[in-house]
Design a protein around this ligand. Structure first.
Ligand SMILES: NC(=O)c1ccc[n+]([C@@H]2O[C@H](COP(=O)([O-])OP(=O)(O)OC[C@H]3O[C@@H](n4cnc5c(N)ncnc54)[C@H](O)[C@@H]3O)[C@@H](O)[C@H]2O)c1
Length: 370
C-alpha cells in the first residue's frame, strides 16, 4: 500500500504521525511511504532521517494526498484539506467527529474510510491510541494551569505548592481516567491539594488505594461539583464518554460562584468541552477570561511538546497502521479494536455514538460490509 504522511497544517501543530523506525517497519512489510518535506522538523526529525529509512519525500501536500491509498496523520483534516480526499481512501488520524460535523459530512460525501485514533477501543474499554496523548495532556494541564494562575495572566496569583505557613492551592480534577490520573500525579508532586471526581467508583477506589490521604476522591454529582468549584484554584476538565460530546459539568452560572482568577484547563475541549463557556484556543493565544475565570482550552495540547508526543504516539499507532496497510479495511474483521475505530465507511457514519452526537444516521459495520 502507498502510505502518505503529510505535514500537519493545524496552527502550532508540530507532531508527525510516523518516525523513521515506523518507516523502516512499513518498508520491511513491502509498503511505499511518502512524507511531505519538512513534516518532521518540529519533532526534531530531519528529512534525511526519513529518506535514510526509505521514505520518498514529496514537496507538495496535494500530491501526497493524490498518491496515497492511506493518509496517516495526527490531527483531523482541516477544511482546506477536504477537497484532497477521494472515494475509497483510508484516513487514519485523530478525528473527534463528535465536535466536527462538517468533517463528518465531508467523509460521508466523499466515501472516505476514516479510522479515528480516539475510538480504537480494546475489549476491556481501553483506548490505546488516546492514552499517550492523554498522558501528555494530563501532565501538561497542571504545568499550564500553574502558569496561568500567575497574576500576569489574570490568574489568582497563587503558587500550587504554597509555602510553609501559607495554604497550598486546591486542584479539582473532573474525570479520573488517563488525563485525570496524570494530572493528579503532577499536581500531587507539585504540592497542591487535589480532589478527583468521577462517576465510576472503581476509578475512585484506585486513587484512594494509590494516594491514600494525599488525594480526596468524590463522586461526580452536581452538588459535589458545585461545592468543589467554589473552593478551586485550578480545575482540570478530564471527562470522556468515548465517541460522544463531553458531558457539560460546569455551567456559566457555576463561574459566578468560583474564586476570581481561578483557572479552568478544559482538556476535554476536543470533544466539545465539559464547561459551557469553553471554545477551542491555540497555543499562540491559549487563554481567555469569562466572568474573571481564566479558561485554557487548547485542543491539541500535546502539540506543545512535539518531540515527546511524536515518539509517544507513533509507537502505539504503528501496529494498527501496519495492519491497515497490509489488509486495508479488512483489518477490522480480525481486530475489533480497529472495527471500533472506523467512524466512516463507504458514505456512512459507522460509529453509533459519533452518529448520535452529530445527528447523522448510522450504519454500523458488519464483517460482510468489509
Ligand atoms: N486537549 C487535548 O489536547 C487533549 C489531549 C488528550 C486527550 N484529550 C481529551 O481529554 C479527555 C479525557 O481523556 P482520557 O484519555 O482521560 O479519557 P478516559 O476515558 O481515560 O477518562 C475519562 C474519565 O471521565 C470519566 N467520566 C465520564 N463522565 C463523567 C462525569 N460526568 N463526571 C466525572 N467523570 C466522568 C470516566 O469515568 C473516565 O474515568 C477526552 O475528551 C480526550 O479526547 C484532550
Amino acid at each position: 500500500m502507498r502510505i502518505g504522511v503529510p505535514k500537519e497544517i493545524k496552527r502550532f501543530e508540530h507532531r508527525i504521525a510516523i518516525t523513521p523506525d515506523g518507516v523502516r517497519a512499513m518498508k520491511a512489510a513491502g509498503h511505499t511511504v511518502y512524507i511531505e518535506k519538512g513534516a518532521g522538523i518540529g519533532a526534531d526529525i530531519p528529512d534525511e532521517a526519513f529518506s535514510r529509512a526509505g521514505a520518498t519525500l514529496l514537496d507538495s501536500h496535494a500530491e501526497l494526498f493524490a498518491l496515497s491509498d492511506m493518509v496517516f496523520k495526527v490531527k483531523e483534516p482541516l477544511p482546506e484539506e477536504f477537497e484532497l480526499f477521494r472515494e475509497g481512501q483510508i484516513l487514519f488520524a485523530y478525528l473527534h467527529l463528535a465536535a466536527d460535523k462538517r468533517l463528518a459530512c465531508m467523509l460521508v460525501e466523499k466515501g472516505v474510510t476514516a479510522v479515528g485514533f480516539e475510538t480504537v477501543q480494546l475489549p476491556d474499554g481501553h483506548l490505546p491510541l488516546l492514552e499517550p496523548m492523554s498522558e501528555v495532556a494530563g501532565r501538561l494541564a497542571v504545568q499550564e494551569g500553574a502558569k496561568y494562575l500567575e497574576k500576569t495572566y489574570g490568574g489568582r496569583g497563587v503558587l500550587l505548592s504554597g509555602i510553609p505557613g501559607v495554604a497550598r492551592a486546591q486542584v479539582v480534577i473532573l474525570g479520573g481516567g488517563t488525563v485525570g490520573r496524570n494530572a493528579a500525579k503532577i499536581a500531587v508532586g507539585m504540592g497542591a491539594r487535589v480532589t478527583v471526581m468521577d462517576v465510576r467508583k472503581s476509578i475512585l477506589q484506585h486513587f484512594d488505594d494509590l494516594y491514600g490521604v494525599k488525594i480526596e476522591t468524590l463522586a461526580s454529582t452536581p452538588e459535589n461539583i458545585e461545592r468543589c468549584l467554589a473552593g478551586a484554584d485550578l480545575v482540570i476538565g478530564a471527562v470522556l464518554i468515548p465517541g460522544a460530546s463531553a458531558p457539560r459539568l460546569i455551567s456559566r452560572a457555576h463561574l459566578k460562584g468560583m474564586r476570581k482568577g481561578a483557572v479552568i484547563v478544559d482538556v476535554a475541549v476536543d470533544q466539545g468541552g465539559c464547561c459551557e463557556t469553553t471554545h477551542p484556543t491555540y497555543h499562540d493565544d491559549p487563554i481567555f477570561l469569562v466572568d474573571g475565570i481564566v479558561h485554557y482550552c487548547v485542543a491539541n495540547m500535546p502539540g506543545a511538546v512535539p518531540v515527546t508526543s511524536t515518539w509517544g504516539l507513533a509507537q502505539v499507532t504503528l501496529p494498527y497502521a501496519l495492519a491497515l496497510a497490509e489488509k486495508g479495511i479488512k483489518a477490522a474483521v480480525d481486530d475489533r479494536a480497529i472495527l471500533s475505530g472506523v467512524n466512516a465507511h463507504r458514505g456512512h457514519i459507522t460509529h453509533a455514538t459519533v452518529a448520535r452526537s452529530i445527528g447523522l444516521p448510522c450504519k454500523e459495520l458488519a464483517a460482510t460490509d468489509l
